[in-house]
Structures are given as C-alpha cells and as structure tokens.
Design a protein around this ligand. Sequence first.
Ligand code: SAH
Length: 237
Amino acid sequence: MSTPVNADPAELEKFSELAHRWWDPEGEFRPLHQINPLRLAWIDGIAPLAGKEVLDVGCGGGILAEAMARSAARVTGVDLAAKPLRVAQLHALESGLSNLEYRESSAEALAQELPARFDVVTCMEMLEHVPDPASVVRACAQLARPGGWVFFSTINRSSKAFAFAIVGAEYILKLLPRGTHDWSRFIRPSELAGACRAAGLDVLHTRGMQYNPLTRRYWLDADASVNYLFATRKPAA
Ligand code: SAH
C-alpha cells in the first residue's frame, strides 16, 4: 500500500495555474516579493546562511530559495506543484545560480530520504495549504540536523486574520486572488508551538508581520494576531 500524500490537489492546482506570474513583482505574488527581504534578514540574523546547507519546503516559484542561495552554500527547494517548480528552475538558470536545486517531493518523503541533512529548513506560507500541518512540522524536524534551525511562517486563525488576510487582502485591497486562503486552515500560534514541541523542536523566537496598505510597507513586531513567523531549533545531539 502506498503512503497517502499529505497534500490538497485543489491547493496545488491553484498555485500551478498562477505559476507563470510568480516572478512578476506587481502580480498575484507581490506580497511574497515584498515580504522577502524582511523574512530573509530575519532568518539570516538568527541562523547566518553563509556556508549553510538549506532546505526550503513548499518553495513555489523560488522567491525565498533564490534569495537564500545568494548566501548559503546550497539550497534545495521542494514543492508538490509541478508548474511553480519549473518556473523556479528556469528562473534559477537565468539568475546563474548553480548551488540551487529543485525537486518535486513532499517534506515527508524527503525526510525518509535525507534525515538530519540540513543546517536550516524553511517552510514559509505553506502550512495553511496542507491537510495535516503537524505532519509537515514533524518532517521538517527530521530533515534538520541536530542543532539545526527550522523556520515557519503562517497565518493565525483569529477573527482579525479573517478581516485582514481574507476580506482585506483578497476582497478589498486585492493583494491576493480570491480563494487564496481558507480561514479554517489557519493555525493558531499555540497550535503551531504544540506541533513543534511534539516534533522535538524548541520554539525560540516568534514575530508577527504587519502591513500598512497606505505606505505598502511590511514590518515585524510582537503582534502575531494575523501573519507570524517562528524560529525553532532542533536540540543538539
Ligand atoms: N514558500 C514560498 C511559496 C508560498 S505559496 C514562499 O513563501 O515564497 C505556498 C506553496 O506551498 C505553493 O508553492 C504550493 O504549491 C506549496 N504547497 C502546498 N501544499 C503543499 C504540500 N503538501 N507539499 C509541498 N508544497 C505544497
């Protein structure tokens, strides 16, 4: 019997349909382009990427993976949507980055193949699209080496997130296509923290991410009521 894949085909299809737009900084993925310098600096400030072996889970078209590959020794990006991966591969070629590899794989399958391989694992804006996020958290923990870092970002299942991340972002400001997010799949920080602890990860830093639609600026602070990021660490052996 084959292991069922922890993925929602409708979600993967949504990202595949928009794949050709991935690198348009003013297109449907504009928010990912805009938050990228912010999250990259946060990650690099906690786990300096220079010389590191990095894995990006749910890498999509490769916005974060490419940025990390500019400092890291090597970056592997995995996703289960084929079209965004092809876009990512082409873009890496155009960017002349040879330390960047993309693979169509789930986190769970890669964890069987390459346990404890990576110094840094990132899994950003992905858990809220997956049927069983705790299983992805466990896989990310297995993929990190002892002492390695695992970063997550997702959206809180709060009424404010319904107002801001769905009504505001998809319907009023049209920052994201309608139907990008399903509120019931959002994850409370306490739930993510529980999944991390159950997977043996220590949650060491939490930040909220805010957006001002008038200035189009994003910044990090302590308010995790909508978008938030976790930095976790696998204890050294
Ligand atoms: N992490 C990237 C892309 C976020 S978009 C970034 O932050 O820039 C969400 C991505 O998760 C999409 O590329 C989608 O195909 C991917 N995804 C959704 N379900 C997945 C699953 N079960 N396994 C791997 N990737 C998945």
